[in-house]
Design a binder for this molecule. Structure first.
Ligand SMILES: C[S@@+](CC[C@H](N)C(=O)[O-])C[C@H]1O[C@@H](n2cnc3c(N)ncnc32)[C@H](O)[C@@H]1O
Length: 298
């Protein structure tokens, strides 16, 4: 299966769908969320984005549906290309990588298989993970391991990688794992490897920059009462989503008007993020870290 959609019911409820409305799913993937949206539309329309060329195999042949094979950092431009200045009723983003991407060894996302150190979601992405691992200097490797992997000892991990690559270039996931093997605390090997792979993936795909660009554009595209529904899978993503929904900016910096009222584009629908039911977490490993936040355009 390409991807099992997470918190499908909660996301669809969060969108509060108007059957005649215009919606955007900016992370189409296997189309699980998109299909459920289309089922609820009559004369409405759904625009779906995905930067991964593989996702195109899942598109629907439906006149109410348009697939846009692009990075969602260009969201506003493409919506305006199709819609002009007309605003839309709802946006859903299910961030991160799909099960298909994780489970394809040649993409190099998973610590479970040997594969090339690629990790690009799109073939258009300029640098793969091998480029990062073999060319970044010690300071830059340390920075991404600390920021994107939230690692305890990022500088030691960076030193090990630099030492290993001096002997021979690190081209595969197994070579990378071997290079840092002695740095993995007993019993926490998988956790630290997952942090390392997460850091590289975020850097390769410039994920936080893309999410920030997208979230910056949402208020301009949503109509009043329109819903923004975002699901994230690690704390860095969730922090950005929370800050943008609360204040309209990445830092969560509060801007107030002359009278001291908070200036913000949204009414928050979920004070605390929604998490999957115990049953869903049991049945779908990937759902375990999911956090869903919903906001409504003022
Ligand atoms: C978690 S999956 C979405 C799964 C989908 N909701 C479903 O039900 O099948 C995330 C998808 O978003 C895509 N993606 C991630 N970042 C993107 C970006 N910046 N621009 C466009 N697509 C992106 C990935 O390629 C992947 O297919």
């Amino acid at each position: 299966m390409y991807h099992n959609p997470v918190m499908l019911k909660e996301c669809i409820e969060g969108l509060n769908i108007n059957p005649e409305g215009i919606y955007a799913d900016v992370t189409f993937g296997g189309g699980g969320h998109s299909r459920a949206i289309l089922e609820r539309l009559t004369t409405g329309h759904l625009y779906a984005f995905d930067q991964d060329e593989d996702a195109e195999a899942n598109v629907f042949d439906d006149e109410r549906f348009t697939f846009i094979p692009q990075n969602f950092k260009y969201f506003k431009n493409f919506i305006q290309l199709y819609q002009g200045e007309r605003k839309i009723d709802g946006i859903i983003a299910d961030l991160g990588v799909s099960s298909h991407q994780f489970d394809t060894p040649e993409k190099g996302f998973s610590t479970r298989f040997d594969g090339p150190l690629d990790m690009r979601m799109s073939q258009m992405t300029p640098n793969d993970a091998a480029t990062v691992v073999n060319t970044y200097d010690h300071a830059d490797l340390t920075r991404i391991f600390r920021l994107y992997g939230e690692m305890q000892q990022p500088q030691l991990m960076a030193s090990d990688i630099i030492m290993a690559r001096e002997a021979e270039p690190i081209e595969t996931t197994e070579q990378l794992k071997a290079a840092v093997q002695r740095r993995l605390p007993r019993g926490k090997e998988n956790k630290v490897l997952a942090q390392l792979f997460q850091a590289l993936r975020i850097e390769v795909n410039q994920e936080l920059e893309a999410i920030s660009a997208f979230l910056t554009q949402c208020p301009d595209v949503l109509k009043q009462g329109g819903r923004l529904v975002v699901m994230s899978y690690h704390s860095l993503e969730d922090r950005l989503v929370k800050n943008f929904m609360k204040t309209g900016n990445a830092e969560g910096k509060e801007n107030k008007d002359f009278y001291g009222n908070l200036l913000t584009p949204y009414t928050i629908i979920t004070r605390k993020p929604i998490v999957p039911s115990d049953e869903e977490m049991e049945n779908n490993n990937r759902a375990r870290s999911a956090k869903l936040r919903i906001a409504e355009r003022k």
